[in-house]
Design a protein around this ligand. Sequence first.
Ligand code: FAD
Length: 457
Amino acid sequence: MEEPSDNRQKKVVAVVGGGLVGALNACFFAKRGLDVEVFESREDIRQAKVVKGRSINLALSHRGRQALKHVGMEEKIVSQGIPMHARMIHSLNGKQSPIPYGKKSQVNRLPATYKLTNHSETYPNAKLNFDHKLQDWSAEKGLMTFVRSDGTKEHIQADLIVGCDGAFSAIRKQFLRRSRFNYSQTYIPHGYMELTMPPINGEFAMKPNYLHIWPRNTFMMIALPNLDKTFTCTLFMPFDEFEKITTGDQVIEFFQKCFPDSIPLIGADALREDYFRLPAQAMVSVKCSPYHIGDKCVLMGDAAHAVVPFYGQGMNAGFEDCIVFDEIMEQFNEDLAAVLAEYSRVRVPDDHAIADLAMYNYVEMRAHVNSKWFLFRKHVDNILHFVMPKTIIPLYTMVTFTRTRYHKAVERWQWQDKVNTPTFYFLKYKTKSKTLLLIMQNKRVLKTWQSSLSEMI
Ligand code: FAD
């Protein structure tokens, strides 16, 4: 066997932030045989009585699953989630219309982080340090200062520092002081608030295997199922609209106007109280580049690219960061200077593309899910995908159900949009019992069916 080269000498990796991406990253580094230590500012969530945090349930799709699979955690996490096969659109009059998509699961933030944290601990070369808040660090020396809740400080040196400390990253602050670092952040005018829909007679109050959406132009509510048969409803609305509602009666009046079918399901009394439990939370989109400093530090997950949550890709993109980094480590024989530069080169365009797409979906989900043209275009894309699965792939499918690089998916989508719009026509003839559908490209018939339309779309 060949002796490992110098690059393969055991390196010490410090992962700052033990959230979803930090915990998964620890597994990746430990699996490679590197000495890895995780430093998390909070106490160990596995022992905490009360855990404060953001949205508890998240949509896990292909990219995230692939990364979990790599460290043997896919089934363990997915089995604790709920499969979701479609969106369910709730109209104002209470009508519900499903729009199918592919394989996607709801996962719970806390159990997923627990499981990844537990898994990282099974590696003898991984160590977890809770109650360690990064206060300062030096890129030149790889030296970090952590402060604990009792005020004591600890200084730690590492070969590689991996910043997984979320959207308001303390690691990233050092990047901002350096020349040629690009950075932008945008707060959207909307905030979000979470409300709980309890079970009815021990069962889910709505069909569970759906992402329920109430699109109302400038407002939107979504609901995701939880294992305890509740739904977490997330209301997205401009901050100034949240602030206009100041009494319980106004809450009911607003829901009566916008989401009437949800009132009996959430419960009028619970709604009056829940609405005022916590203030609406802000949402920020962060883009930066490069993601690394020399051979010393790299940013991943929300620390590198916080995205607005309207494509359900924030965690998935963060998980994919781990797998991409691991692939590049393999490719460059763990030569950190080369790996970090290549990682920025490869990953920045993709993470920027998903940040843009999430922002685009922010507009699309609020306004267009209601529009006939939007629904028609979705059906056109789905039918074309059915006829020519290799040529026409809906954007949502590429983003959610494949590992097509995000920026390539955008390029392909733009190309498809150009070729589809003017050239493909659908003709539908209805007889008493059957529907005949013709797909034509200019004057050429590409395909015909005799069946009920609903069987195909
Ligand atoms: P975080 O989860 O923020 O973890 C960062 C960790 O770093 C935390 O544990 C924190 O305590 C620690 N930390 C912070 N500062 C320090 C410090 N100074 N020292 C040490 N530790 C520190 N994504 C999806 O893929 N699907 C979804 O359906 C989805 N829905 C969402 C819904 C909402 C409403 C929101 C807001 C986000 C949603 N996301 C979704 C995005 C997803 O939550 C994030 O992308 C994901 O949590 C990012 O993980 P992370 O580990 O990078 O950051």
